[in-house]
Design a protein around this ligand. Structure first.
Ligand code: NAD
Length: 270
């Protein structure tokens, strides 16, 4: 079977660069090209050149349609508006989109669901194996402990991150809510400031820290009057996200159109 040609949207970004290295190092796939915002210095270059690797003959485009035409699959860690556009392009060409961008609004997530009628899309706020195990464990612990335990999700990321709480923190909150058989939107407290009043039973609270170069730390706390359980995941290196994303692209090859998550890629049963 020929190598899967994978394109990287936003290939000059923090994740974009990590993804290019991952594709170059993974058997069964090749760098099919990249995109960057119009006017970016990387446009027209060979994406491998951005990493100082041997030239591949691929290009960095400013037009995402050109990237989809040049590739079998596109991995996208960019910005929500771009991800919605990429989903529509994947749908029009019945191609694979691996979407890792966080901070999508409900209507933008709906656009991904619509595109997945004809495109094969894997969408996950966190592509690491460890966090996807943590999501499963969080759901189980929330179900086992019951309502006497207050649930709080704490996260810290680098100072450049633009959305809060992180997509992963929200996914952990959703997993805890699912364990309790409630909807996160009805119990989430996403920020606290001033005289907030006492904590309401059943709330799931979020706290956000930003600073330095932290790749991504998440803790889910379950606190009762007499004991506390804390489940923590610490990302040490962005390669854990890029290896998950490339694994998702290879997994998606030949799969029917649909919206999948990392639980599908990793074979976890809900
Ligand atoms: P970054 O700012 O370093 O990189 C984003 C890149 O996308 C930039 O180079 C930017 O120029 C480019 N870009 C933006 N709009 C574009 C467009 N319309 N067309 C082409 N390129 C465009 O950010 P980052 O740290 O790499 O994170 C990117 C996204 O990935 C964020 O939403 C972040 O939360 C998310 N993320 C997800 C995971 C995961 O596992 N799902 C892990 C890490 C980061």
């Amino acid at each position: 079977m020929a190598d899967l040609r994978i394109g990287v949207a936003g290939c000059a970004g923090r994740m974009g660069q990590t993804l290019l290295k991952q594709i170059a190092a993974t058997p069964g796939c090749t760098i099919g090209g990249g995109t960057e915002r119009p006017g970016h210095a990387a446009i027209g270059q060979d994406p491998a050149a951005l990493l100082g690797l041997k030239a591949t003959g691929a290009r960095v485009f400013d037009d995402p349609a050109a990237l989809f035409d040049a590739c079998d699959a596109v991995i996208d860690f960019t910005a929500p508006e771009a991800t919605v556009r990429h989903a529509a392009l994947a749908a029009g060409r019945r191609k694979i989109l691996i979407a890792g961008t966080t901070g999508l609004k409900p209507e933008q997530e709906q656009a991904l669901r619509m595109a997945a009628v004809t495109a094969t899309i894997v969408y996950a706020a966190n592509m690491s194996v460890g966090v996807n195990v943590l999501l499963q464990v969080t759901k189980q612990v929330a179900a086992l402990l019951g309502p006497d335990f207050d649930i709080e999700v704490l996260e810290m990321h680098h100072k450049h991150k633009v959305d809060a709480p992180s997509g992963t923190a929200l996914a952990l909150g959703r997993a805890a809510a699912a364990g309790r058989k409630v909807k996160l939107d009805e119990v989430a407290v996403r920020a606290r400031d001033g005289i907030t009043g006492a904590r309401k039973a059943g709330d799931i609270g979020f706290a956000t820290l930003r600073g330095g170069s932290v790749v991504g730390d998440h803790t889910v706390m379950f606190a009762s009057d007499s004991e506390r359980i804390e489940l923590t995941h610490k990302a040490q290196d962005r390669s854990l996200f890029s290896s998950g994303a490339v694994r998702a692209a290879l997994w998606a090859r030949g799969k029917p159109a649909g919206l999948y998550g990392m639980n599908d890629v990793l074979g976890f049963k809900d």
